[in-house]
Design a protein around this ligand. Structure first.
Ligand code: PLP
Length: 396
């Protein structure tokens, strides 16, 4: 069967939301994947910051094989050792510690749904906290609750009215200071806006957000679905700013591609959810939690948070060394890199790269996003540099 046949069948079988891909992938190993014709690609997107350990990593293969040969699922009427191990590990890694509590779901959007319910539980005296703040141009997921927080009008338009009470503010200190008052239940934000093109928060924004939410009794909820789990060179990106949030949403990279999401609360926020107020059939099942334990364990064992910091710095040096006039800025942190382009040619750059066997992503026409596996080393950086140079030249 030819690729065109595959594409026809995909176009028939799926809702029109499916962007029919140019490549059908068949297998992966380390930082590379192969398509159905045997062509090899260097994967510098990692399933959008998901495949933390790359592909077919022995630690993940072993954990999933072992766990699936035993318990895959047990329902919420029972607990399992990997479930407890993961919850305790997340309390430690997030810094929530003994006051932290965890709830599991199956995706980033579900972690955000839990966060939205948490915000609604922060009612304040006489239920006066009815405002929830999020940032313009943010991305928090596609379910109705998560979409209510997402600050992208094009994604929202066809589904309005969404959850009432959510307001999107500009990402400036002035807008933040103007918006926060005693009626705010929560401020939800990404530490780096990934889908927007890997856009950093303005200097001091996160610290100011922490001060103001604390002063007004609002929750500070950070969405680390894309930035978390070592990607930015810290376990979580808020740790670089030295702040402690009230809740953190985690998904994508935590289990290397096995679906799982988590919300971790800190301090007083840990007392908001009461018995019966949330739950999920699949959430926290032994297969997904064993996978997450294996991934987090391997990140710790192999020093991959440090590797993300070091390789992230090297990756930035490599891109700068290409000296392309197209590249105007490098954003993000660690191995989450936004390459700002002088001309709106990002999809042409990504297409040229793909042709040449390099997977990168164009979240918009003036940004390239790079999010390689956390395991990359010199060989992958060499291969990337050569192919990215060529792609930039072709698109220029
Ligand atoms: C991907 C993403 C989500 C949504 O996660 P899904 O698993 O696709 O539901 C939410 N927030 C951020 C910052 C993301 O990058």
């Amino acid at each position: 069967m030819t690729l065109d046949d595959w594409r026809d069948r995909l176009g028939d079988a799926f809702m029109q939301t499916l962007v029919i891909p140019k490549v059908m992938l068949e297998r992966g190993d380390g930082c590379h994947v192969w398509d159905i014709d045997g062509k090899r690609y260097l994967d510098f997107l990692a399933g959008i910051a998901v495949n933390s350990l790359g592909h077919a990593h022995p630690a993940l293969v072993e954990a999933v094989s072992r766990q699936s040969a035993s318990l895959v699922h047990v329902s919420n009427y029972f607990a399992t050792p990997p479930l407890l191990e993961l919850a305790e590990r997340l309390r430690r890694l997030t810094g929530a510690g003994d006051g932290g509590r965890v709830i599991f779901g199956n995706s980033g959007a579900e972690a955000i749904e839990a966060a939205l319910k948490l915000a609604k539980l922060n009612k304040g005296p006489h239920g006066r906290r009815h405002r929830i703040l999020a940032l313009a141009n943010s991305f928090h997921g596609r379910t109705v609750g998560a979409l209510s927080l997402t600050g992208k009008p094009v994604l929202r338009a066809d589904f309005e009215p969404l959850v009432p009470g959510v307001e999107h503010i500009d990402t400036t200190l002035e807008a933040l200071e103007h918006a926060i008052d005693d009626h705010v239940a929560a401020l939800v934000l990404e530490v780096i806006k990934g889908e927007a093109g890997v856009i950093d928060l303005p200097e001091g924004f996160l610290r100011r957000a922490r001060e103001l939410t604390e002063r007004h009794g609002a929750l500070l909820i950070v969405d680390e679905i894309q930035t978390g789990v070592g990607r930015t060179g810290e376990w979580f990106a808020y740790q670089r700013e030295g702040i402690v949030p009230d809740a953190v949403a985690i998904a994508k990279g935590i289990a290397g591609g096995v679906p799982i999401g988590a919300l971790v609360t800190f301090g007083w926020a840990s007392d908001l959810f009461k018995a019966g107020q949330h739950g999920s059939t699949f959430g926290g099942n032994p297969l997904a939690t064993a996978a997450a334990n294996a991934v987090l364990g391997e990140i710790e064992r192999a020093g991959l948070v440090e590797n993300a910091a070091r390789r992230g710095a090297e990756l930035r040096e490599r891109i700068a060394a290409i000296g392309s006039p197209l590249v105007t800025e490098l954003r993000g942190a660690g191995l989450l890199v936004g390459v700002g382009l002088a001309e709106p040619v990002a999809s042409a750059v990504a297409a040229a790269a793909l042709d040449d066997g390099l997977i990168i992503n164009a979240p918009n026409e003036t940004s390239i996003r790079l999010a390689p596996p956390l395991i990359i080393g010199d060989a992958e950086l060499d291969e990337f540099e050569g192919k990215f140079r060529t792609a930039l030249e072709k698109a220029a």
